[in-house]
Design a protein around this ligand. Structure first.
Ligand code: ZN
Ligand code: ZN
Length: 258
């Protein structure tokens, strides 16, 4: 069995945003239903052990909240701070544990990370995954996706060799080309980033799908289930948005098993 757990479901700033006193941020401070750490997914698999997708600045807290003492393998979607800000802390943890962490990412992402943190290789092995990798029974492929004004990110698709189950993680993307959409067909589960419900800003300033656009994309690729993550303070998980039955918002600690 493979179990996915959402350790973080927030956008680049998380929720609450430090400067903001909107209803969602205030709710996040008090009751906490909307409290969201930066986006990260834990994959727990009987055969292959623990894997993390992305390692943002909330990494240490996320490990504590999840009761995880160590993580051996991390996959990185792109080198934005909200997805890599925890790598220094992870490298330190690896050093204290006396083991090398395995970081998988496309070569271009590895180059960016190493440029910014040139000492990480002392505790972390950097492993390019451009040609795909195998994690237990899962064949993992990655491809470049449009990230709007923020450039590019990568999405990951997991195909199980025995069961044929397939799922994908695409947290930072907008306006995907036809070619970039292809790997999103025939999925049992799609985890997609949607920062706003209906983002009011001009297209050239945007970098992540909003929910209304994501629902249009769902009509094309038709995954069995879709979970929206990378949510800003625009999304109130306590509100009824009348999402279709197969769609839902991710919440911290939420799990999904295959
Ligand atoms: Zn992001
Ligand atoms: Zn990003």
């Amino acid at each position: 069995m493979t179990r996915l757990t959402f350790l973080g479901t927030g956008d680049a700033m998380g929720v609450p945003r430090i400067y903001c006193e909107c209803g969602v941020c205030q709710e996040a401070r008090s009751r906490g239903g909307n409290r969201r750490l930066r986006s990260s997914l834990h994959i727990c698999d009987k055969r292959s052990g623990d894997t993390l997708i992305d390692c943002g600045p909330d990494f240490g807290r996320q490990m504590e909240l999840a009761g995880l003492r160590s993580i051996h393998r991390v996959l990185i979607t792109h080198a934005h701070f909200d997805h890599i800000g925890g790598l220094v802390e992870w490298a330190d943890a690896c050093r204290w544990l006396g083991e090398s962490g395995q970081l998988y990412a496309p070569q271009i992402v590895i180059d960016e990370i190493q440029g910014r943190f040139p000492w990480l290789h002392q505790s972390i092995d950097f492993l390019p995954m451009d040609e795909g990798i195998q994690i237990g029974m899962w064949k993992v492929t990655c491809w470049r996706v449009n990230h709007g004004k923020n450039g590019y990110s990568f999405a990951f698709r997991f195909d199980h060799e025995e069961t044929g189950i397939a799922w994908a993680y695409c947290s930072d993307a907008i306006g995907l080309s036809e070619e970039q959409i292809k790997p999103l067909y025939d999925l049992n589960l799609l985890i997609l980033g949607t920062s706003f419900f209906k983002e009011p800003f001009p297209p050239e300033t945007r970098s992540v799908y909003d929910v209304t656009e994501a629902l249009e994309l769902m009509k094309i690729v038709q995954p069995e289930s879709v979970i929206f993550t990378h949510l800003s303070h625009d999304i109130d998980v306590g509100r009824d948005y009348s999402l279709p039955e197969h769609a839902m918002f991710a919440k911290t600690g939420m799990t999904f098993s295959f």
